[in-house]
Write a protein that binds this ligand. Structure first.
Ligand code: GRF
Length: 188
C-alpha cells in the first residue's frame, strides 16, 4: 500500500500523536507520519517524534512569517494531510485557503455541541446525558467543518471533568484512526 504522508500538529501532551504513530506502523493504515509541528517548545508530545525519529519543528506563532515556515516543511515532506491533535492555535483563513489538501481535527465533544474550549465543564454544567468526540474537517469556522466520524458514551452519575476527559480520550484513540481510514478508503 502506498501511504499518504501526514503531518501532526500538537501543543501539549501528544497522546493522540503517540496513538497515531503506533497505528501507522500497521501496513494497512493509510498514513505515514513524516512531520510533527508544535507551537510549544515544551510540548510533551515532542518526545514521541524524537523517539520515533520523526522530523519535528517548533514554530513561534508570534513571528510574522511562521505560516510560510510551516508551508516550507509541508512541501519538503510532501504532506497530503494535516491532523490537528490538541493544537491550541487557530488555523488562519489564509492557511486554509493556501493549503489545498486535507486538514482534520479531533474535538472532545459531540459536535456541533460544545465547540471551543473548556468542553468538559460545560458538558457537566449542561447536564448532558451523552458525550464523546468528533473528527471533522477544518474550515474557517471554529470546530465547524464537515464531520467525518463521532464516538460517544453515556455519562454516569457523579462523573467529574477528569473522568470525562479520561473516557473521551480513550474514545479518541479509536475515533481518530477510524476517521483517517474512512477518508482514504474513498480515495485509494
Ligand atoms: C484531545 O482531547 C483533543 O480532543 C483536544 O485536545 C486533546 C489533545 O490531547 N483537541 P493530546 O495532546 O493528544 O494528549
Amino acid at each position: 500500500m502506498v501511504k499518504k504522508n501526514a503531518c501532526i500538529f500538537i501543543s501539549g501532551e501528544g497522546t493522540n500523536l503517540k496513538n497515531l504513530i503506533n497505528r501507522s506502523r500497521d501496513y494497512c493504515f493509510p498514513i505515514s507520519i513524516k512531520l510533527v509541528v508544535s507551537n510549544n517548545s515544551r510540548a510533551k508530545g515532542i518526545i514521541y517524534a524524537k523517539r520515533n525519529a520523526i522530523p519535528y519543528i517548533v514554530i513561534n506563532t508570534k513571528m510574522r512569517n511562521f505560516e510560510n515556515q510551516i508551508f516550507f516543511f509541508l512541501k519538503k515532506y510532501k504532506i497530503s494531510i494535516i491532523c490537528l491533535a490538541g493544537y491550541m492555535q487557530i488555523i488562519s483563513k489564509n492557511f486554509i485557503k493556501n493549503y489545498k489538501k486535507k486538514i482534520i481535527n479531533i474535538h472532545p465533544s459531540l459536535l456541533p455541541k460544545f465547540k471551543g474550549l473548556n468542553t468538559f465543564s460545560r458538558i457537566l454544567s449542561n447536564k448532558e446525558v451523552k458525550t464523546g468526540c468528533t473528527v471533522h474537517y477544518v474550515n474557517e469556522k471554529l470546530d465547524g467543518g464537515k464531520i467525518i466520524s463521532k464516538r460517544s458514551f453515556y455519562i454516569e452519575r457523579n462523573q467529574n471533568e477528569k473522568d470525562l476527559k479520561y473516557k473521551t480520550q480513550r474514545l479518541e484513540y479509536l475515533a481518530y484512526p477510524e476517521a483517517i481510514i474512512k477518508i482514504f478508503r474513498a480515495s485509494f
